[in-house]
Design a protein around this ligand. Structure first.
Ligand SMILES: [Fe+2]
Ligand SMILES: [Fe+2]
Length: 316
């Protein structure tokens, strides 16, 4: 049977080639404030009935603020979580005799640093007044970093757990990027801003390879873990996913910011926040799991072990 993902040797040569080709740093010249930044389905309020009651200017600005907030989340996850997990893996005994996979991880680490620079540069173009002072305006910096440190120090036998999280989030991010690249027409707000599309182009170029590297790691690790370990691993993974996928602080901060720019919404602020809180989970993630050909590796590996079949419950 053909393997569903590339082997480490192929991934290393692809990674090395990408390093040679990726010389040009991402430097967006212009962001069009008359255009949406992301597809509406990736903004939380668009999944609530109150969204239809906003006027066009309010919806457009809400979309743009959500786009910046999602850039922050990417940065926070990749610089706070993924990079700690990769560093731990590079020094792990499991990879002592696997220099090829280790080298893939070293390149991946550098690429994640470049991604953080890319997301930060784009946000600075969008709201220079704020993002030249801080990187995290809507999100609580250090959130994922704390989660990574906690998992790595309290659950050192559950390295598999954090690798699962990296793979799930990277496949989800690939879904978002592919959606942005395939079609640039949004439902109600017109065509996506080209700088955001370009950013996702660049991100996907590396991330499509990262999920393949994750797959190599997961294949090795799930094989080593017995059913008992997988069971407790799956329980904690489910708990952490619930935490990550609950629309909370960043979504509320986006609404509060919107109200400062659109004071006519002040009387509806609590109503907007309440609508957001009624969403139990990140709706975009459920969409990703329902799409043919998306979240492929997550579903492949999770499908192999009954302990992980819970992932399907996130599709609703
Ligand atoms: Fe990345
Ligand atoms: Fe990545």
């Amino acid at each position: 049977m053909k393997q569903a993902y590339l082997d480490a040797d192929t991934l290393l040569s692809l990674s090395q080639r990408a390093t040679e080709e990726n010389a040009e740093p991402f430097d967006p010249l212009h962001v069009d404030l008359g255009r949406p930044f992301i597809h509406e389905e990736f903004t939380q309020l668009s999944h609530t009935s109150i969204y239809a009651e906003l006027d066009d200017a309010q919806r457009l600005r809400y979309n743009q603020l959500s786009g910046m907030s999602s850039n922050e989340l990417f940065m926070m996850f990749e610089s706070g979580f993924t990079n700690r997990v990769i560093q731990r893996l590079i020094g792990h005994r499991m990879l002592r005799h696997d220099p090829v996979l280790r080298q893939c991880l070293e390149i991946m680490l550098e690429e994640e640093k470049a991604h953080t620079r890319m997301f930060a540069a784009l946000n600075r173009k969008c709201m220079p007044g704020i993002y030249t002072r801080t990187t995290f305006h809507f999100t609580r910096s250090g959130l994922f970093e704390k989660a990574a440190l906690w998992s790595l120090t309290h659950l050192p036998h559950h390295l598999l757990l954090v690798v699962w999280l990296v793979m799930i989030m990277e496949e989800f991010s690939n879904y978002i990027s592919r959606r942005m690249i395939r079609s640039q027409e949004t439902r109600h707000l017109g065509t996506l801003d080209p700088a955001f599309v370009e950013l996702h182009h660049r991100h996907l170029r590396d991330e499509a390879r990262h999920v393949q590297i994750d797959a190599n790691l997961i294949a090795r690790m799930t094989e080593l873990a017995g059913p008992l370990k997988r069971r407790s691993n799956a329980r904690i993974l489910r708990f952490l996913m619930d935490q990550i996928l609950m629309p909370r602080r960043a979504g509320v901060a986006v609404i509060r910011h919107l109200v400062t720019e659109h004071p006519e919404l002040k009387t509806r602020e609590n109503e907007l926040i309440a609508s957001l809180r009624r969403l139990k989970r990140e709706p975009g993630f459920a969409n990703a799991l329902c799409q043919e050909g998306e979240m492929k590796l997550t579903r492949l590996f999770m499908g192999q072990f009954p302990e992980y079949h819970f992932i399907q419950t996130y599709a609703h």
